[in-house]
Design a protein around this ligand. Structure first.
Ligand code: ATP
Length: 201
């Protein structure tokens, strides 16, 4: 399978871009969605959390109290490490399964932390959706109704714009309006079709 990793900082336009690839019938595997589902009821990750912390980590219906866990790992760095060691291999495995099952000429792996979590190793090409930090702040605030400080602290926890661009094989500049994305995605789609075909033959 030919895998194109799509990444970009918060509010850069990853979802907007991957939706356009989906319109070309390309399967998109979303690492964020997988990360959320890893803690679903009945799964081994939730069982491990419940073994470690007991009832305080759960709601009465047995689902995870995400706010409690977020606060816990914020206060206790060793718990954050434990949680990462628990969840990262499970997330990676689920990503691999979904990539293998994908039925399209190539497949997209969309992950905000593609570079930070070394998921680039799973990718044949890395596509970075790039905007200035000012644009990230403006669009995220418009979308989520959050303060500039909140967005800035998430940006600080992510790779820098330069680090991401260093990992890029292709770059989509998303400073202009959404209409200009369509042609950029079309050109890249044609390129990835050709590269995927070349890999198969
Ligand atoms: P996150 O990492 O936070 O999930 P993202 O990288 O997936 O974000 P999107 O949700 O696609 O980013 O885009 C962020 C916001 O900016 C959305 O409200 C989207 O509609 C808007 N947006 C995306 N591209 C453009 C553009 N070219 N012009 C104006 N608004 C845009």
């Amino acid at each position: 399978m030919f895998v194109v990793g799509v990444t970009g900082g918060i509010g850069s336009g990853k979802t907007t871009v991957t939706n356009l690839f989906q319109q070309h019938d390309i399967v998109v595997v979303d690492a964020d969605v997988i990360a959320r589902h890893i803690m679903d009821k009945g799964g081994e990750a939730l069982a491990a959390v419940s073994d470690r912390y007991g009832q305080q980590a759960l709601f009465e219906d047995g689902t995870l109290n995400r706010a409690w866990l977020r606060e816990r790992i914020f206060q206790h760095p060793e718990d954050k490490q434990w949680l990462n060691e628990l969840t990262h291999p499970l997330i990676r495995q689920q990503i691999l399964t979904q990539l293998q099952q994908a039925q399209s000429p190539y497949v997209i792996l969309s992950a905000p932390l593609l570079v930070e979590n070394r998921l680039t190793k799973l990718c044949d090409r890395v596509l970075v959706v790039d905007v200035s930090e000012a644009t990230q702040l403006e669009r995220t605030q418009q979308r989520d109704d959050v303060s500039a400080d909140q967005v800035q602290s998430i940006m600080n926890a992510q790779a820098s714009r330069e680090q991401r661009l260093q990992a890029a094989d292709n770059i989509i500049n998303n400073e202009a309006d959404e209409a200009q994305l369509v042609t950029q995605v079309e050109k890249l789609h044609e390129l990835y079709l050709r590269l995927a075909l070349a890999k198969r033959s």
